[in-house]
Design a protein around this ligand. Structure first.
Ligand code: AMP
Ligand code: MG
Length: 332
């Protein structure tokens, strides 16, 4: 039987293409979303094997749910709720110890601008409820009583409060920690490339098809418009903005990032984006810098080599660390 050369060549090419495709480290990609920690979490992962990606993403979501169960103030048996209910001390999980210890360190370094003890203040404003309101000055003073960097301490797995009425709030840092745990879970499953986005807290594993990920930073005053696009790989990019959770009363806007000095929403910035090796650090620093404002915020970052920030000040002007020029890709 005569050889059908064109057909054999075609088959050979198909076989080679299939082999090449299988050898590509990022031949498959999967994207999934879940509601967790009061926000939409999306995980996008790429790799050679779709089944591995599916398993890895499911495990990453489960890990984030485990962290939420430890650190949510809305779960009565979470570490945070038990700590708030405790008169003085509570024993907590190692993960909670890690997050509180880092939060307390940033609280001290930021001169109290970052504060894990604002739980009562947050409830008073009710910003994340159906019925937010502007509290009276006396109420604010009462909610701030006993708060501050010295109000909480950690020793081993024991956390101690200075006063019984102190309510703990890890809202500025726990999401970042959960993103780090998701990235670690994806890595442990052998995923080479992934992005985890928990409502603006973004963790990046590896690169995207050999190129840096491109992250659009939202314009704080023009909804759905991108202010600047950043390029990053194997890094976390976290934004805190006054447009995220807010309400208006008598022509004024009140948002969810409080200045512990006054009890009112902090007024020095419109948004702060921080890039760091870990999302937990980027998350806490974004909130701290938002409260501190551009000058004191950039001064705080001298304690954190390798961390970059882009700050949109209250007047709309941009401030950034010198290192950011290298990662900024301009408007998309
Ligand atoms: P983020 O979106 O990470 O900036 O966190 C915002 C959340 O952090 C708020 O909803 C509060 O739960 C909490 N928070 C507000 N102000 C502060 C502050 N000064 N220090 C620490 N946490 C804060
Ligand atoms: Mg934060």
């Amino acid at each position: 039987m005569p050889f059908n050369r064109p057909l054999i060549l075609l088959l050979l090419m198909l076989l080679l293409t299939a082999a090449w495709w299988r050898l590509q480290p990022e031949a498959a990609s999967v994207q999934r979303t879940q509601l967790l920690m009061g926000t939409t979490v999306s995980i996008e992962a790429a790799g050679a094997d779709r089944a591995v990606l599916e398993r890895a993403i499911a495990a990453a979501f489960a890990e984030m749910a485990r962290i939420e169960a430890l650190m949510s103030p809305h779960r009565p048996d979470s570490d945070v709720s038990r700590l708030t209910a405790a008169a003085h001390t509570a024993t907590v999980a190692p993960e909670t110890v890690e997050v509180i210890a880092l939060g307390l360190d940033i609280a001290r370094r930021s001169g109290g601008a970052f504060d894990l003890t604002l739980g009562r203040l947050k409830s008073l404003w009710g910003i994340e409820t159906e019925t937010p309101r502007v509290p009276a000055p006396a109420e604010l003073a009462s909610a701030l009583q006993g708060t501050g960097p010295g109000a909480l301490s950690v020793s081993g797995d024991l956390v101690t409060k200075r006063s019984p009425q102190l309510a703990i709030d890890l809202g500025a840092i726990a999401k970042g920690y959960a993103v780090d745990r998701a990235i670690a879970t994806l890595r442990a499953h052998g995923v080479p490339s992934a992005a985890v986005n928990a409502g603006g807290d973004i963790g990046l594993l590896g690169s995207k098809l050999g190129r840096p990920w491109r992250i659009g930073v939202q314009h704080p005053r023009q909804a759905s418009s991108v202010l600047v696009t950043l390029e990053a790989a194997d890094r976390a990019v976290v934004t805190s903005g006054d447009y995220e959770r807010c309400f208006e009363r008598d022509g004024r806007r009140y948002h969810h990032l409080f200045d512990p000095q006054t009890g009112y929403p902090a007024g020095r910035c419109q948004s702060v984006t921080v890039l760091a090796s870990h999302a937990v650090l980027a998350d806490a620093l974004a909130t701290a810098l938002f409260v501190l404002g551009p000058e004191r915020g950039l001064a705080l970052l001298r304690d954190y080599p390798g961390v970059d920030a882009l700050i949109v000040a209250a007047d709309g002007r941009l401030h950034s660390t010198p290192g950011l020029a290298a990662v900024k890709a301009g408007p998309s």
